[in-house]
Design a protein around this ligand. Structure first.
Ligand code: 5AD
Length: 380
């Protein structure tokens, strides 16, 4: 009967109309949106909105994470890429309301590593096996383009087989180009939020969302593997703002996405704001893996800081990167972006061994290769 109907154009039309009416009457549930996201790698905003809203049943969560893991395993197997993180300066000219190293925090001791100290971190990291060094710092005027290029150039010269990632905030396009030419390969710069009203709630008016987004476009244009990202549960964040973030990310098509829960810091204006939740962060990781099958997606330090097994859970929700700290132990305490940050007292070799063990325990394997983004031939 059905076969016959298909052959009859009039009946077929009716069938399609009935189906549309049916679909418009029964809103799609989370399982259906997840299926659609896996197939199409994108959703209309109402789909994202529903997926970002609680509550989730255990079955729905399992369905999301199973799909996210399948996509991740298809692209990366069970490999977890490790990045050695060097926090080389906590001076910052910005005053972001959420951040522990914001300019107006007079309760912290400021430090900056010398070129030699940074190189010593790389040397130790290289011996452990790291093949990516991430140089992260506040927006510190001391580190002029010339100084950054000098450091990047020296690391490039000594370790030609390593990837160099910079995470030093907003600069002019010419500066980014100079860093790239000196040998940097990747750049991390979170957009923090893609809603300008919300951006204004998190940052002083001297900073602008448009400029942040322009920097990200410039970085991609130059040829950096580019990373963006947000904090989950930052003060005044609304579900629809996260939807805007997802739309922005779809348009940018980044190679890396860093997301972690917002965690209050005692010396900031947001000291008594609630932290973002583990659950919301894991849901978003799963969604991002389905939206961007090949993206480099870290289980972040912030995620590990709000739950003892946060990073393992992040990996099981689709993440494929961890970034242990390889900064000198003496400065770790001073680079406290939020309270309760993990890894402050853990020596580089120990944290490496520790993470290898933890990843093995959940059936994954730490990989010390460069772990570049697998670009398609037509991709920037
Ligand atoms: N909680 C969580 N993440 C934070 N960051 C800064 N402050 C906090 C905080 N209080 C994140 C920002 C920044 C990255 C380096 O750290 O997203 O981009």
């Amino acid at each position: 009967m059905l076969q016959e109907n298909r052959k009859n154009p009039e009946l077929q039309k009716e069938f399609v109309i009935t189906e549309i009416m049916y679909m418009s009457k029964t809103p799609m549930n989370k399982i259906e949106w997840i299926q659609k996201l896996r197939e199409e790698e994108n959703l209309p905003s109402e789909g994202y909105e529903q997926l970002l809203r609680s509550p989730w049943s255990g079955e729905e969560e399992e369905f999301l994470y199973t799909n996210a893991r399948e996509v991740r395993i298809k692209n990366y197997g069970h490999s977890i890429y490790m990045r050695g993180l060097i926090e080389f300066t906590n001076y910052c000219r910005n005053d972001c309301y959420y951040c522990g190293i914001r300019k107006s925090n007079c309760h912290i001791t400021r430090y900056r590593l010398t070129k030699e100290e940074i190189l010593a971190c790389c040397e130790q990291g290289y011996r452990i096996g790291y093949r990516t060094f991430v140089l992260q710092g506040g927006e510190d005027g001391y580190f002029t383009d010339e100084r950054i290029c000098d450091i990047v150039g020296e690391i490039r010269h000594r370790y030609p087989d390593c990837a160099i990632t910079l995470s030093i905030g907003e600069r002019a396009k010419e500066s980014y180009q100079a860093f790239f030419d000196a040998g940097a390969n990747r750049y991390l710069l979170r957009q923090e939020t893609s809603n300008s009203f919300h951006y204004g709630k998190l940052h002083p008016h001297t900073m602008s969302m448009e400029h942040r987004q322009q920097c990200l476009r410039d970085l991609k244009e130059i040829g950096f593997q580019t990373g963006c990202g947000i904090m989950v549960g930052s003060p005044e964040q609304k579900t629809e703002y996260i939807v805007e973030d997802l739309m922005f990310m779809k348009e940018l098509n980044p190679h890396m996405i860093g997301i972690g829960p917002f965690i209050p810091h005692q010396d900031t204006c947001f000291a008594s704001e609630p932290a973002g939740t583990l659950e919301d962060t894991l849901h978003l990781l799963g969604i991002l893996r389905l939206m961007f099958p090949r993206v480099l997606l870290p289980a972040t330090t912030a995620l590990g800081s709000i739950h003892p097994r946060g990073r393992e859970m992040g990996v099981l929700a689709g993440a494929n990167i961890v970034m242990p700290n390889i900064s000198p132990l003496e400065v770790r305490e001073k680079y406290r972006l939020y309270d309760g940050k993990i890894g402050i007292g853990e020596e580089a070799v120990r944290s490496y061994q520790n993470l290898c063990r933890r990843m093995e325990a959940i059936g994954y394997e730490v990989q010390m290769g460069r772990g570049d983004y697998p670009r398609n031939s037509d991709e920037k």
